[in-house]
Structures are given as structure tokens and as C-alpha cells.
Design a protein around this ligand. Sequence first.
Ligand code: BTN
Length: 266
Amino acid sequence: MIVPLDIAPEAIQSRLTGRSIGRRLQVVAEIGSTNDAVMAAGQAGEPEGFAVLADRQTSGRGRRGRSWASLPGVGVWTSILLRPQVSPLKAPLLTLMAGAAAAEAIATTAGVELRLKWPNDLLLDGQKVVGILSEMTMTGQRIGHVAIGIGINVHHRREDFPDDVRDSATSIDLAAGLRANRGEVAAALYDALDRWYAAFCGDGAAMVLQAARMKTATLGKTVTVDTGTARWQGTAVDLDEDGALLVRDAQGTIRRVLADDVSVRC
Ligand code: BTN
């Protein structure tokens, strides 16, 4: 199977300005999940910055065991390998960082300003354009390696979305009223991640957090927190230093909500 020209490695790498992310890039026509490929590459000792981009995923995965529809020709389905030397407690910040980078890339290439729905969705007017799935291994008490999986809906028309998300999802083309270039979006994404990740590693976790706060539409909203066994409502008031959501409940108590434990609706 042949990789479409718009996402050919040369089309992406000729646009890169960053030092690390995407410099080693594998583009494939079809794969199960790019996250699986990057986790396996991490296991095999591949250096960080390695990225896998697929035209189509046959078993694309989302958070909480959901599947992620990944049709050919319409999206940027990619995962990036990182080896951050930080406490696992800081790992949620990587997902927020990826959200900030994806928002920046889409603003630059398509002029569309997306907002972050904590912790891992980017939305336009309440409709999802980007989903992020971060997975990691642990070596003792330290992070081993991380796959940051990013799915960007680029060329979808309404009928391309599965029934269950048709009303809640949109694409860059639909949102911006133009035909975006997938290679350009991918290169801008890798470049933005390169900058943000360099900042994150160089004592810039606070900067990542500040950028995430500015972009997070969830703050100030009433949210429903669903732990699987209990459901409660509150007001999202802030992100803490590890990227957890701070929610004031009906009794006025500030409760710390971790992305792994819950689904949050607002
Ligand atoms: C979500 O919204 O639940 C997260 C969706 C993440 C989808 C991306 S597409 C590239 C990478 N590979 C996967 O299997 N999933 C992520």
C-alpha cells in the first residue's frame, strides 16, 4: 500500500524546523494503532522524538477503552515517543502539553482557535477536532517511555464520522471552511511539540501549565465527574501543578480529579 503524497515523509520533514520531534519519522499507509507501534519502538530502545504517522488505523484507540475511528485520507493519526526524566506525577502535564501544541499547530496552519476540554480533547464550539491518548511504561519509580498519541480530524465531512460522534465531532476543514494540508498540519504539530517539550524538560513545567490554563475551556464550568462507581457535580476552578483538575463540590470542598480515574463532562 502506498502512502498518499500529502503525508509522504519528505512532505513533512522538509517543513520541520525543530531539532528532535519527527526527525525520525515512519509514515505508513495502514497500521493497527500508532500508539502500539511507538510503545514497541520505545521498548526496543528507539531514542525519543521518533514518530509514527498512519494514513489509516485499523484499531485506533481512545481513552477509557473506546475505539477511535481512523479512516484513510482524512486525518493526522500519529504517536510520538518521549522519555521524560520527570516524576510520574508530572506525566499528566505531557497530555496537556500535547493539547497546547496541537492547538498551536492548528491555529498556525488553519487559523482555527481550539479550546481544551480537560484533559485530552480539543474542541471548536463544543465539537471535538482532536483527541489525545498518552500511554507510558514505568521502570521502578521512574517513567520508562511515553507514547503521545494524537488524532486530528482534518478532512472529514459530516457523513465520515461514526453515528455515535457525528453531532459531537468536527474537522479542521469543516471548522475553517478550507482544505487544510495534512503534511503541513503534521509538521506544525511536531515543531510545536518540539518547542513545548524542550521547555518542559528545561524546567518549564510551569509554562506548560500556564499555557494549558489559558486554553482550558473547562475552567469555570459546571462539570460532572464520573468515577464509574459514583457521579457528582461541581465547578472546575483550576489545574494544580501536576495537571490535575481542581473541582469545587456542592459542599464547597475542593476535590482533586485525576484524568485516569474519571470522565468529566461539561
Ligand atoms: C480520545 O479522544 O479518547 C483519544 C483519541 C486518541 C487517538 C489517537 S490517533 C493516533 C493514536 N493512535 C491510537 O490508537 N490512538 C491515538
